[in-house]
Design a protein around this ligand. Structure first.
Ligand SMILES: [Zn+2]
Ligand SMILES: [Zn+2]
Length: 206
C-alpha cells in the first residue's frame, strides 16, 4: 500500500508545484507586468493584457503557439537536470504539466464542444481545471484564482489571502504598486494597440 501511495502523493505534490509556479507567473503578469515592461513586456505582459480584455482570443491558437516558450523552458530544465544527474520521473511530470499550463488554461476558456469529450471529462472529474473554476478569475476585480492547472490550490491560496499578502510585502519593502488593469470597469481606457487587436478580431473569438 505504502509502495503505491508514496509515488501517488509525490505525483500530486509535483503537479501542485507546477500549478503553483504557473500561478506565480500569472499573478506577476496580472499584478506588475505591462506591455512596456523591459525584457518581458512583449512576451508576458501584452498577451496577458489581451487575455483579460478578450478572454476567448487565445482559444483558437494552436498548442505550439500557446506553449512554445514553456516547452523551451521545460527543455532547459530537463537538460539541466540530466547533466547534473537529477533527472527523475518527478522532473518529467513537472515538465509535462509546466509545458502545458497555457494549454490547460486555454481549455478552461473553450466550450465543451470545442474541447471534445475527453478533455471535458477530465475537467468534470477535476483532473484538469474546470471552466467554472477559472471563470472566477475573470470576474472583477480579477485578483483571485491565479493557478492555471488544477482546482486544488486556488481555494487554499485565496483563503489565506496569499497573493494579497505578497503584494503587501512588495509594496512595503520595495514600493511596488499593482498595475492598473483596464479590463476592469472604472480603471480607465485600454491602450490604443488593444483597440486595434479588438477591432481586428471582432466577432471572431466571442
Ligand atoms: Zn489573469
Ligand atoms: Zn483565463
Amino acid at each position: 500500500m505504502t509502495l503505491f501511495l508514496l509515488p501517488l502523493v509525490e505525483a500530486i505534490l509535483v503537479i501542485l508545484l507546477a500549478d503553483f509556479i504557473g500561478g506565480v507567473v500569472h499573478w506577476a503578469q496580472d499584478a506588475y507586468i505591462r506591455e512596456d515592461t523591459p525584457l518581458v513586456g512583449l512576451s508576458l505582459g501584452k498577451p496577458n493584457m489581451i487575455h483579460h480584455h478578450l478572454p476567448r482570443f487565445m482559444t483558437h491558437h494552436s498548442w505550439w503557439r500557446s506553449s512554445w516558450d514553456l516547452v523551451l523552458l521545460m527543455f532547459i530544465l530537463i537538460i539541466t537536470m540530466w547533466l547534473t544527474g537529477h533527472l527523475s520521473w518527478q522532473v518529467w511530470l513537472f515538465a509535462l504539466v509546466g509545458a502545458n499550463s497555457n494549454q490547460i488554461h486555454k481549455w478552461s476558456h473553450r466550450t465543451r464542444a470545442e474541447n471534445g469529450r475527453i478533455i471535458s471529462f477530465f475537467q468534470d472529474i477535476r483532473v484538469l481545471q474546470s471552466p467554472h473554476h477559472h471563470a472566477i478569475h475573470h470576474t472583477n476585480p480579477k485578483d483571485v484564482r491565479y493557478c492555471p492547472a488544477s482546482n486544488m490550490l486556488n481555494p487554499i491560496l485565496d483563503f489565506l489571502h496569499f497573493w494579497k499578502g505578497v503584494e503587501w510585502v512588495l509594496r512595503r519593502v520595495f514600493g511596488l504598486k499593482r498595475r492598473v488593469d483596464t479590463s476592469i470597469p472604472g480603471n480607465g481606457l485600454p491602450p490604443a494597440w488593444l483597440n486595434e487587436v479588438r477591432s481586428e478580431h471582432a466577432g471572431k473569438f466571442e
